[in-house]
Design a protein around this ligand. Structure first.
Ligand SMILES: Nc1ncnc2c1ncn2[C@@H]1O[C@H](COP(=O)(O)OP(=O)(O)OP(=O)(O)O)[C@@H](O)[C@H]1O
Length: 821
C-alpha cells in the first residue's frame, strides 16, 4: 500500500470500550460520507453506538444513518455518483486471488445446485418473486383500468423501496437466521456472484472497512467469506433488490453495512489485532511526545536567510553567552568545528557525536550532531543549525525531534526560508513563541556568464570545482594537475571529517601550491572555505536510481559557498564548466526557496516495540515494512525513508540472539550499504555481540598511504569500519566493544594516511563495487560525448539534453501538425 495513502486513512476516537464516533478520513476526494441520514454532505461519517449492544466495540446501527443514502431512490444521492474506486491497496487482489482463499468455488457450486440449477446451470425451478403484493395497492391507468403489469412493477418497486429503507442490522440478523437462500434464476445468480467480485475490488469499500479495523490485506478474505455467507442465506426480496441495482457501486453501498455487521460478528480477533496494530503505529501529534518540553515556555528564534548571511554567527553568539547551551550540527565535521572554535574563545564546550564523546571538564556547553541531542537535559540556549534539513527524506526526523523535544528556554534555528511556514505551524501547535529574524547575504553572489568554456585549463586560483561523483572528482583533479600549474585538494562524503578538515586547511592556507578545490556536494555545509568562485563541473547527478538535475536548493547552497565574509574573497562568484549549464544555474539561483509542506518523523524504539507486540512472529524487516504501511501521520509530517535501515535489518535477520532493541540500534549504525566490505564487518560485529563475546576489530593497519585508487578506496572503507566500531561502542554495552581506544587511534592514523594519499593522488579513479559499472546516461539522438584530446570525457549537459528533448518533441509535434494539415 502506498505509504502516504495508508498513513492518513483514518482516525477513530474511542470512548472507553465503545466507539462513539468514527471519523473516516479517506484521501479519496470523490468519497462522500454522511453525518445525518437526510443530509447529503461531504465530510465525515459518524458511527454512533447502540447502547443495547453489550461489549461490542462497533455496531452498524450507526449505519442506519446512512441507509437512505444507499437507496437508489434517495433523491440526494446521485445515481452516477463517482464512488472513486481508488488504487487503495496492493492487497486488493484480482478475482482469482480473492476467491482462492477461504471458501472454495465448490461450495459456491453447491449453492448453485441448491438454488435449483443443474450442473449445466439451466433453470429447473420457478422464478422467484419474493414480494407479496400489498393488499392495499390499487393501480389504475388513466382510463381507470387496472393494469396488472403496472401493478406488478409498482409492487416490485415498493418491495425494493422497503428493502432499501430497512435497517441493515435487522437485515443481517435475518440473513443469519435464514436456513436457506431463496431461489433465483441463473442470470440473477451470476449478477449476485459478479457483484461480490466487484465488492472485493471496491476501493471505496476497502477504505470504509478500515473504519472498523478490517485491514486492506484482510478485506478480500472478509468479502469472500461474506459472499459465502450471503449466497447461502439471501432472501428473494434482497436478491431482487440487488439484481435491480446490478453490479454497481449502489449495490456495494447497500451491502456494505450488512458486511460490517457480518465482520464485527465473525472476525472479532482480526479486528482487535488490526486495531491494536493501527493504534500502536500512531505517529500523529508528535508534539505530545515531549510533555516536559510542552510544559516549558520556550522562545524559538528563526534566523532565516541564504548562505553566508551571518545566521549561525549570531546564533552562536547567544549560545556562548548562555550559562548552559547546546549546538546541534548536521555534520560531525561541523560539530567539531564549533567545538574547537568555542573552546578557543574560552567557553568550555564538550563534543558529542555518534562516534566520540569528548568531555571538557567544567563545561556547560556541548556541541553535538543533531541525532545525539538529549531531550532530557535542560538548557538555556539551544542552536539547531540547517533547520531546513527537517525536510530531508532520510534524516529529517532528527531535526523534527530536536525542535519538538529540546528543553531549552531559547531555541535558535538557522536555515533558509523553505521551512519557515512549517515551523510557524509547529510553534502554533506546541504553543512556543516564535520570533523571526531575516537575513540577506553579506555580498550578492555574481554569476560569471563566460563559464570555463568547457575547458578545465581555465580554472583559476581560489576556484572550487564541484562534481557529483567520486569518479568525476578524481578525473577533474587529474586533468587540472596534468594540464595546469594548479594543485587540487579534494573533499567528498566518504572522507573522514578529519581528512576533510585537513584538505580544507590546505586549500585555505595561502602558503602552498594547493589553490584549487575539487569537491562534491559535501562542500555545501559546514566548512569555512576561502572560495573565490564555485564552478559546477556538471549540474546533474546520480540519485541512487537515475541521473537527475541537481535540485535548485542544493545548487543555491553550494554556490553560496563562494565569497565568505572575513575570507580572502568576500565577493562570491559562481559559474559552470559548460555554457550549456549556465541557464539552469541562473534559473536555480533566481528561484525563491521552495516551501516545504512536510517534515520528517521516525518512530522511537518504544513505538516500534509497542507495534511489535501486536504482531508477534514477524521478522524485524517485516515489522518495519508493516509499520511503514500502517502508521498514521498528521498532514505536516512524512515518515522518513528507511530503505537503508531495512537493508541492514534484512542482513541481520540471520543473526540469532539479538533483541528487538539491539536490531533497531544496529540498523542506525553508520554504514555504507553499497560497500560489501563494510556490510560484512557490521554483520560480524552483530554476530559477536549476539554471542556476548568481545567484539574484535579484526582489521589491520595498512602499510602506508595509498599508491592507487583501489588502495585509497580500501583506506576509506577501513576508516568507515572503524568509525562504525566507535559508534557501536557508544550505543551498546561498552564492555562488548573493548577495543574502542585502539579503533580511535587506528581511525586517526588512517585519516592521516588518507590525507597523505590525496596529496599525491594522480591516478584514474575506480569503482567501489568492482564489476558494477557506473550508471550510464542514455545516449540522446546523434550526440556523442566529446572526447577531449587531453584524455577526459566531456560531461554532457543533462540540462541541455532535457531542453533538447523538449525541443525535439515540440518540432515533432509541429511536423505532425503540418502533415495533418
Ligand atoms: N557579525 C559578524 N562579525 C564577524 N564575522 C561575521 C559576522 N557575521 C558573520 N560573520 C562571518 O561570516 C561568515 C558567514 O557567517 P555564517 O556562517 O554565520 O553564515 P550563515 O548564514 O550561517 O551561512 P551558512 O548557512 O552557509 O552556514 C562566517 O565566517 C562568520 O564568521
Amino acid at each position: 500500500m502506498a505509504r502516504g495513502n495508508a498513513s492518513s486513512l483514518f482516525r477513530v476516537c474511542t470512548k472507553k470500550i465503545n466507539v462513539s464516533r468514527a471519523r473516516v478520513l479517506i484521501p479519496n476526494r470523490y468519497l462522500c460520507s454522511f453525518e445525518h441520514p437526510n443530509n447529503w454532505v461531504s465530510g465525515n461519517f459518524k458511527f454512533s453506538l447502540r447502547h443495547d449492544v453489550p461489549k461490542r466495540q462497533f455496531s452498524t446501527s450507526l449505519l442506519d444513518l446512512f441507509r437512505p443514502q444507499f437507496s437508489s431512490r434517495n433523491p440526494k444521492l446521485p445515481e452516477s455518483m463517482p464512488v472513486g474506486v481508488s488504487k487503495c491497496s496492493s492487497s486488493i487482489e484480482d478475482d482469482d486471488n480473492v476467491y482462492k482463499s477461504g471458501t472454495s468455488e465448490s461450495e459456491i457450486e453447491e449453492l448453485e445446485q441448491n438454488n435449483g440449477m443443474d450442473s449445466e446451470g439451466s433453470v429447473g425451478i420457478e422464478e422467484v418473486n419474493g414480494n407479496e403484493m400489498p393488499d392495499e395497492v390499487e393501480n389504475f391507468d388513466d382510463n381507470g383500468i387496472c393494469g396488472s403489469a403496472t401493478i406488478e412493477s409498482e409492487c416490485r418497486d415498493a418491495g425494493r423501496d422497503r428493502i432499501a429503507q430497512r435497517n441493515p442490522v435487522e437485515l443481517y440478523q435475518e440473513l443469519r437466521n435464514a436456513e436457506n437462500s431463496a431461489k433465483v434464476n441463473p442470470s440473477d445468480w451470476l449478477i449476485l456472484k459478479d457483484l461480490f467480485g466487484y465488492f472485493a475490488k471496491s476501493g471505496w469499500a476497502a477504505n470504509q472497512a478500515l473504519a472498523i479495523y478490517i485491514g486492506m490485506s484482510f478485506f478480500p478474505t472478509a468479502v469472500h467469506k461474506f459472499r459465502a455467507f450471503f449466497l447461502k442465506r439471501f432472501s428473494a426480496d434482497i436478491a431482487n433488490y440487488l439484481v435491480s441495482l446490478g453490479v454497481t457501486d449502489a449495490a456495494v453501498r447497500f451491502l456494505f453495512p450488512i458486511f460490517v455487521e457480518f465482520c464485527i460478528e465473525e472476525f472479532p480477533d482480526e479486528i482487535k489485532r488490526f486495531r491494536g496494530m493501527i493504534q500502536s503505529a500512531d505517529l500523529t501529534k508528535p508534539q505530545t511526545w515531549f510533555p516536559f518540553a510542552r510544559a516549558m515556555k520556550r522562545k524559538i528564534i528563526y534566523h532565516c536567510g541564504p548562505t553566508n548571511s551571518g545566521k549561525t554567527y549570531n546564533a552562536l553568539q547567544r549560545f556562548m553567552e548562555a550559562k548552559k547551551g547546546i549546538y546541534c550540527s548536521p555534520l560531525r565535521l561541523l560539530a567539531m568545528e564549533v567545538f574547537d572554535k568555542v573552546n578557543a574563545l574560552g567557553v568550555y564546550c564538550s563534543l558529542h557525536t555518534g562516534q566520540e564523546v569528548k568531555y571538557v571538564p567544567f563545561s556547560n556547553h556541548v556541541s553535538c550532531t543533531v541525532e545525539m541531542v538529549s531531550t532530557d537535559e535542560l538548557y538555556d540556549v539551544a542552536v539547531i543549525d540547517e533547520i531546513q534539513m527537517m525536510a530531508d527524506p532520510c534524516r529529517g526526523y532528527a531535526w523534527t525531534r530536536a525542535l519538538l523535544g529540546l528543553k531549552a528556554d531559547e531555541i535558535h534555528l538557522c536555515g533558509d526560508p523553505s521551512v519557515l511556514n512549517i515551523v510557524r505551524k509547529v510553534c502554533s501547535e506546541t504553543g512556543d513563541e516564535l520570533c523571526e529574524k531575516h537575513y540577506e547575504r553579506f555580498k550578492p553572489l555574481v554569476v560569471e556568464a563566460k563559464t570555463l568554456l568547457g575547458d578545465l585549463r581555465n580554472v583559476r586560483s581560489g576556484d572550487c570545482v564541484v562534481a557529483f561523483s567520486r569518479r568525476e572528482i578524481f578525473e577533474v583533479k587529474l586533468t587540472i594537475e596534468k594540464h595546469t600549474k594548479h594543485r587540487c585538494c579534494v573533499i567528498y562524503g566518504a572522507l573522514p571529517p578529519e581528512t576533510r578538515r585537513q584538505q580544507a586547511n590546505l586549500f585555505n592556507n595561502q602558503d602552498n601550491e594547493f589553490d584549487v578545490l575539487v569537491a562534491s556536494d559535501a562542500v555545501g555545509m559546514g566548512l569555512n572555505l576561502n572560495i573565490r568562485r564555485v564552478v559546477f563541473y556538471s549540474l546533474s547527478k546520480y540519485n541512487g536510481d537515475r541521473i537527475v538535475p541537481v535540485p535548485e536548493s542544493q545548487v543555491k547552497q553550494i554556490a553560496g559557498r563562494a565569497g565568505r565574509r572575513g575570507s580572502l574573497y568576500p565577493d562570491g562568484l559562481t559559474t559552470a564548466l559548460h555554457l550549456d549549464d549556465l541557464d539552469y544555474l541562473i534559473e536555480c539561483l533566481k528561484q525563491p526557496f521552495d516551501e516545504v509542506r512536510k517534515v520528517g518523523l521516525f518512530p522511537f524504539f518504544e513505538q516500534v516495540e509497542l507495534f511489535a507486540g501486536k504482531l508477534p512472529n514477524m521478522t524485524f524487516t517485516q515489522l518495519l515494512e508493516k509499520f511503514g504501511e500502517n502508521c498514521r501521520l498528521d498532514g505536516s509530517y512524512f515518515l522518513c525513508r528507511h530503505d537503508h535501515i531495512k537493508k541492514v535489518a534484512n542482513m541481520l535477520e540471520k543473526v540469532q540472539g539479538l533483541s528487538l532493541e539491539d536490531r533497531f540500534n544496529f540498523c542506525f549504525a553508520p554504514v555504507n550499504i553499497r560497500d560489501p566490505k563494510a556490510m560484512y564487518h557490521l554483520l560480524r560485529f552483530a554476530s559477536s555481540y549476539s554471542r556476548n563475546v568481545p567484539v574484535s576489530i579484526a582489521m589491520g593497519m595498512p602499510k602506508g598511504s595509498a599508491q592507487n585508487d583501489a588502495e585509497l578506496l580500501d583506506l576509506e572503507t577501513r576508516h568507515q569500519v572503524l568509525s562504525m566500531y566507535m559508534w557501536l561502542s557508544h550505543h551498546f554495552k561498552r564492555e562488548t566493544f573493548p577495543f574502542v581506544k585502539k579503533a580511535e587511534i587506528m581511525a586517526t592514523d588512517i585519516a592521516d594516511l588518507l590525507g597523505q594519499s590525496l596529496l599525491k593522488a594522480c591516478w584514474k579513479p575506480e569503482s567501489r563495487q568492482t564489476g558494477r559499472s557506473k550508471p550510464q546516461q542514455k545516449k540522446e539522438g546523434n550526440e556523442k560525448p566529446q572526447q577531449k584530446e587531453e584524455g577526459y570525457e566531456r560531461p554532457r549537459s543533462l540540462i541541455k539534453l532535457h531542453g533538447k528533448k523538449r525541443q525535439d518533441k515540440a518540432s515533432r509535434q509541429e511536423f505532425a501538425e503540418k502533415v495533418a494539415v
